[in-house]
Write a protein that binds this ligand. Structure first.
Ligand code: CA
Length: 233
């Protein structure tokens, strides 16, 4: 990486904030920190960080409010942090434009993996040579975007057009959680709440075709109550 990435840490719980900042420093990232939502908005405006790690429960305005206030003009990545069991909040934050989430308590390894994914997407959205990838590979899974073919361990797998579109969408966002609403909107345009059920059916079918053990998926991971994530390594 030629220039060090700048990370903004927004967290009112001091021990957690310190833990995040120390980890970032150890990994060689620059960081700035704050414990309120309002100062987060002004720091985003003044420093234009590459990634924002945003706690949802803040003392003044909550994280969701911060996302709504900055998302129109702030292009970099937002990773929300929330407690286990707050799936509804996470989904709202992701649908409002957050890019990913971390569930407390999390390990340094998880935090760094999320940041790497976010930065990779920042890089790829910055590259403007107009070429897009022709294939996707993770483990034994390969997608040939040109021929619209999918292989697992070198064996071709036959997906229906919708299954293929869902898998392609996920591969273009590998490592990142996609909410049910996001997938439904991208694939079908409009949707109703009931469609979450049919999405589940499609996912089950894709898994049956891709996964050796569909109950313990290697590629398509479920984020309970939130959505799905395609493994990126
Ligand atoms: Ca908090």
């Amino acid at each position: 990486m030629e220039s060090k990435s700048l990370i903004l840490v927004v967290e009112d719980d001091r021990p957690i904030r310190n833990f995040i900042c120390v980890s970032l420093e150890t990994e060689g990232y620059h960081y700035i920190e704050t414990h309120t939502g309002k100062s987060a908005i002004s720091l985003i405006a003044s420093h234009n960080p590459d990634v924002v790690i945003l706690d949802l429960g803040l003392p003044d305005i909550d994280g969701l409010e911060v996302i709504k206030k900055v998302r129109d003009w702030f292009r970099a990545k937002i990773i929300v942090v929330s407690a286990r069991g707050q799936e509804r909040e996470k989904v709202e934050a992701l649908d409002a434009g957050a890019d990913d989430f971390l569930t407390k308590p999390f390990s340094i390894g998880e935090l760094m993996a999320r940041i790497r994914v976010a930065l990779r997407h920042v890089e790829s959205s910055r590259s403007t040579d107009g070429t897009s990838a022709q294939e996707f590979k993770v483990g034994g899974l390969e997608i040939d975007y040109v021929k619209r073919r999918v292989y697992v361990d070198c064996q071709e797998v036959h997906l229906t057009p919708i299954e293929y579109n869902i898998l392609t969408l996920m591969s273009q966002n590998a490592g990142k959680v996609l909410t049910h609403n996001f997938i439904l909107k991208k694939i079908w345009g409009s949707f109703s709440e009931n469609d979450t059920k049919s999405l589940r059916v499609f996912m089950a079918s894709i898994r049956r075709k891709l996964e050796k053990e569909p109950a313990q998926p290697r590629y398509i991971l479920t984020e309970v109550g939130v959505g799905y994530r395609l493994a990126e390594e």
